[in-house]
Write a protein that binds this ligand. Sequence first.
Ligand code: ZN
Length: 458
Amino acid sequence: MRLTSAGAARTVTGSCHLLEVDGAKILVDCGLFQGGAELQARNRSPFPFDPSELDAVVLTHGHLDHVGRLPLLVSAGYRGPIYCPAATNEVAAIILRDSAKIQEEDAERELRKARRAGREDEVEGPLYTSADAERAIGLLQSVPMNETFTVADHVRVTPRPAGHILGSAYLVVDDGHARWVFSGDLGNRESALQAPATPPEACDVMLLESTYADRNHRSRAATEAEFEEVLLGALARGGNVLIPTFAVERSQQVLYQLFRMTRNGRLKHLPVYLDAPMATRMTRLYQSSANEFRPEVRALLESGTDPFEPPGLAYTVTPDASREINDVEGGAVIVAGSGMMTGGRILHHLKHNLWRKEASLVVVGYQARGTLGRAIVEGAQRVRIYGDEIAVRASIHTIGGFSAHADHDDLLRFLEPSRPERVLLVHGESDVMDTFADDLRGRGYQVDTPELDTPMTL
Ligand code: ZN
């Protein structure tokens, strides 16, 4: 068998792994590279394989860094099925449509800028269009969770819940001779929404994510207490509280936390804006997916109480409704994307609030290198937003425990029961991966960290 990682190899984003076995070619995920310009440029590079020769694509979950290059794969000739659990099908469709829109808008802005500079010939055009995204969405094919299906000749795949986000799965791939596990992204066992993954029983090779492999998260109780303390403290300062979030899972986790705080009487009713059209669409999907969640969340949804709708919540969908929030100088909680502050409506809220001493920024998500969020978290005194210099005077808080990712101990819990012969670490920053690789070698595992676009024969 041969494995070629065309993404998430010694880096976090761009997950895309080609498995060649018994003459079959199966692609697991096809994600977008996100982060600095150098990473993003990789999205324009051709795939290190011929997409038209693939037998099947199987998705672990709908995050952009796992599905965002599907439109490019289809444009490059792929016409086969893209298998995924039903909830991932819906998440992926929302994510891909949004991504295409952002690509089109970015390209439009670049073109306007280039025209003014007389350089319109140098503009590349959008990475892909909405029409490209729709072609990819048209190939999505839902498969039941926990049921085995055949992707090519003797190759069978079973998706099992990964506990990461709505619809997330890890994949067990079996050709009758050997068994591989593709972990996808594994969840935080203490997630308030998702039940933790049940580890695979046995496998020969495991492709294991390593995003947070060098640390353990704070407990859920401590994280929720910290969030509550930070939020109440921030509101007491009188300013607005900005919470940048990812549209999938994190927005709903934050809404659920706010819901519980008001229900328990620890938070008075106050204006909460979910100022993120995609997060709003995603929240609607969460609201209609009761049986995907932990029993307590499911019970609330089934009893007609919406755990994702704290009192005072306003969904601001139109740009005008969003702009009206600029007039609110204090006392509101503004939940907006993007999670790493690289785009989206959070930017205009940062522009209107970051320079105010009484405002607060509560960071509840991972901030990749090269992003505005990372710069702010690392203590930048001034940042540029929409070409303007903005002083960072607001109080900045980072709450790490909300992670939707497995931590060091979660990864070991997932890995140990199956004792694979080979462990291939993916989806992590390279220093984290190297530390974890040594850790696992010390526990008797044979560990490799695949290099980008470099086939490994196993
Ligand atoms: Zn993910």
